[in-house]
Design a protein around this ligand. Structure first.
Ligand SMILES: [Zn+2]
Length: 575
């Protein structure tokens, strides 16, 4: 393929709208263009990379025994009402009406649709297990679409759904998908980490996320420095290693003036004590009921954990009026002693004595708080985020390290939630009606493509893994006006294409500097520089993008040398 016949609109400048490297490079290398917030067009090179990624996903799903289908993106709203998820997901779903005024939604996921299909098509245990998947467009009305393909309103997902007769079957299906995901990401050249995760709106029993570790990632996670434990922050249980008793002898709690001190940092500085000694009190409203949540001063409430502990459908911080009504003080001064609402305390506060808390009055704090003596705690639970340096809950010996990650895949065990709600059932060998157990398995395909770039780039541009590179080789004639240069370039391109390689010939009549910069920006794995000087020495230059290693070959030996290079890249990619 000739560059002049392709559409590769590279950009010199870093686009202002793009905050992270991978988003900038997607735009600068001419892979995508923005239509509107969270909506993107894939240009030819982006589409080529995406097709290669989709093909890897498809091959591994097929190999794992899943069957490809294609479900509609548009769903009747009633289906979502039957499982109760119309309420749960109503804010992120695009809702539309047809000309008959029927309510439809654009699917953010497909559990409802696939379970409806299974309810109609599967009647006997002989039809189980079955695993159906698709690679298809999903829609999500993000409050703040950002980071390019990372958080878009419209994106491509691979979603798979397994149905099994019993728990052992579910375990087999789950492990088969887990293993397929490891192969998919490995083939894409991605280093991922599987972490324990929360099931969230899916509502199941077990789940793992596949994370690409990256500072630009939106998800927090922790991993143990001694064992294999790793978990999303919404699931991770850190073991606090700090003290819980801050006084030598028992002392009565008292209110002390703390003029103009309001934040944890200000109050801790005022008492010359670590923030962990403070008890933070937050007023929430869960399912219309106000309640108080206590966490150590150095930690944040994790609202996913809180919602799970309360088994609440809705949860939000209370507004100022509710805080004033519940605590009798303006917002910012809440404390746990004497509160008239149920109080839920973080597990890490158990045994706190000599602590400092809000006093439910302005410009004062309560000192010498003994949580067991002074506060009526309704329940203790894990309600706060794990922190770097916490003890590992699995091995007890290691310390947790905080990391950022990009979630590229997620596997869930779902139980019978959807099967029951949508009437899926089958007859077992004894003729008894049973409910199939379900699992679901997602890969954010467009997000994964960006994660590859986030993990594999340098200051000059993308460094494509061979498996996803839009082209394997770029042939770069330095001066297209020079006859022998162009003849060599064209002959080499033809020979490589003949051998089945994807080749891009930069036939632009541009300055060498421009062409070299663009070649690094595009990041194709192998580049061949063909110039007057090297031809005079009887060679062309072969440069590897990932290592920068430069070798030479005689023009007539170049096709064989390049094929060997490509094969070597595939070999090392296979591990
Ligand atoms: Zn550990």
């Amino acid at each position: 393929m000739r560059w002049t016949q392709q559409l590769i609109p590279t950009l010199r400048e870093v686009p202002q709208e793009a905050e992270i490297a991978s988003h900038q490079l997607l735009l600068r290398a001419g892979l995508i263009r923005k239509l509107a917030g969270g909506l993107f067009t894939f240009l030819p090179l982006g589409r080529r990379a995406l097709r290669k990624l989709e093909q890897i996903v498809r091959e591994e799903m097929d190999r794992a025994g899943a069957l490809e289908i294609l479900m509609p993106a548009m769903h009747p709203q009633e289906l979502w009402e039957q499982t109760g998820r119309f309420q749960v997901l109503r804010d992120v779903m695009f809702k539309i009406k047809d000309r008959q005024d029927r309510n439809l939604v654009l699917g953010p996921t497909h559990e409802e649709v696939v379970t409806d299909l299974i309810a109609h098509e599967v009647q006997s245990y002989r039809q189980l297990p079955i695993n159906l998947y698709q690679i298809q467009t999903k829609f999500r009305d993000e409050i703040r679409p950002r980071f390019g393909l990372m958080r878009a309103k419209e994106f491509i997902m691979k979603d798979a759904y397994s149905f099994d007769a019993d728990g052992a079957g579910v375990e087999r299906s789950y492990q088969a998908m887990y293993a397929a995901y490891e192969r998919i990401f490995q083939r894409c050249g991605l280093r991922t980490k599987a972490v324990e995760a929360d099931s969230g709106a899916m509502g199941g029993s077990a789940s793992h996320e596949f994370m690409v570790l990256a500072d630009a990632g939106e998800d927090g996670l922790v991993e143990c420095d001694a064992c294999a434990y790793a978990a999303n922050l919404d699931r991770a249980e850190g073991v606090s290693r700090g003290p819980r008793v801050f006084v030598d002898a028992e002392q009565l709690t008292a209110v002390a003036p703390t003029p103009s001190r309001r934040t944890v940092a200000e109050v801790a500085a005022f008492f010359q004590t670590p923030p962990a000694r403070l008890i933070k009190t937050l007023i929430y409203v869960a399912d219309a009921q106000p309640l108080a949540v206590l966490v150590p001063g150095n930690r944040d409430v994790n609202e996913i954990k809180l919602q799970r502990a309360l088994q609440a459908t809705t949860l939000a911080l209370a507004d100022d009026a509710t805080v004033a009504r519940v605590t009798g003080a303006p917002a910012g001064f809440a404390g746990p002693v004497g509160l008239p609402v149920p109080i839920f305390a973080d597990e890490k506060l158990r045994g706190y004595r000599g602590a400092i808390a809000g006093a439910n009055q302005p410009d004062a704090h309560r000192v010498n708080v003994d949580l067991e003596r002074d506060v009526r705690v309704a329940a203790f639970a894990d309600l706060s985020n794990a922190l770097e340096g916490d003890g590992c809950p699995r091995c007890g010996a290691g310390a947790l390290q905080a990391r950022r990650g990009i979630e590229v895949g997620h596997v869930f065990k779902l139980g019978t939630k959807y099967s029951e709600a949508l009437g899926a059932g089958y007859l077992d060998a004894a003729g008894q009606r049973q409910t199939p157990l379900m699992g679901c398995y997602g890969i954010g395909v467009t997000r994964t493509l960006q994660a590859v770039i986030e993990q594999s780039h340098d200051a000059n541009g993308i460094v494509w893994p061979i498996a996803l590179a839009p082209y394997a080789v770029e042939v770069l004639p330095i001066n297209v006006q020079h006859g022998p240069t162009m003849q060599t370039a064209q002959a080499l391109t033809a020979a490589l294409e003949q051998a089945g390689l994807d080749v891009l010939l930069d036939d632009r009549d541009e300055r060498p500097g421009v062409k070299f910069k663009d070649a690094d920006l595009l990041g194709l794995p192998i580049r061949v520089n063909i110039g007057e000087k090297s031809l005079a020495k009887g060679v062309v230059e072969i440069k590897l993008r990932h290592s920068g290693v430069l070798t030479t070959a005689a023009p007539e030996q170049a096709p064989a040398a390049l094929q060997a290079c490509v094969q070597e890249l595939w070999r090392s990619a296979a591990g």
